[in-house]
Ligand binder design. Sequence first.
Ligand code: XBP
Ligand code: MG
Length: 272
Amino acid sequence: MDLPRALLWDVDGTLAETERDGHLPAFNRAFAELGLPWCWDQALYGELLHVTGGRERLLHDMATRADAPAEPAAREALARELHALKNRHYAGLVQAGGLPLRPGVRALMDECAAQGVAMGIVTTTSRSNVQALLGCHLGPQWAQRFAVVVCGEDVERKKPDPQAYALALQMLGLTPGEAVALEDSPAGVAAARAAGVPVLLTPSAYFPDSGLAGVLARGPGLQHRNGWQPCLAEAGGDGGSGGVHLDDIRAWCRLQPPAPAAGVKEVCSPSP
Ligand code: XBP
Ligand code: MG
């Protein structure tokens, strides 16, 4: 049986530049809507991203602010209100067309469908955000394209904890080595690797320096054939069109020993 049997898609940063173009402006709109004098800039948000979960991120930031509510219960209530508002603004940004899928994502999804390779969503963002993004890009029946959809509400511990991946594997009835995760960030890679799932890494805007350590392959985006390690031959699996194809992923899987923590060498050879 050819591997992988399933591709497991992260959402934020992997499917679209949702952190830079969606969540960050949506958080700032929520602050403004409640009349709060808070505004996160790109640099601060980059630091805050080490806290996964939007509500958790808000609470983390409030802990540094003298003008945040002093009482834990009031702080928690404000974080919940802001988070709900943020997700509403996020959905508005998606509807306005501000969050296109990253190039190459749709093509690989369609190739999976054509070849009968299962797909899953494995994210720790809120389900409403997944619904907004994929409903917009794949239509109201988007969920039918995925054999499993794991979101933040489904787990107790968000990425980099492996729980979301472990749950997806359990629901799919697959061993970790039978799936490949697509991720954009160190926390996402850590979550997948801790679950034993090999990772295809396409760093997003906030994580340009994410390294090759421990991943099956790393590249600038699914629409490119150049810039990947291990290197890809110039022609695609369909005989020449650009982008990463399922056959490339299968070839990367064959290069990889099945041990959970195995990595790839930083050597550029002209295969697969
Ligand atoms: C990314 C996250 C999320 C988003 C915000 O998860 O950490 O918290 O930043 O979404 P992933 P919420 O990369 O696994 O998709 O506000 O819904 O938490
Ligand atoms: Mg991500």
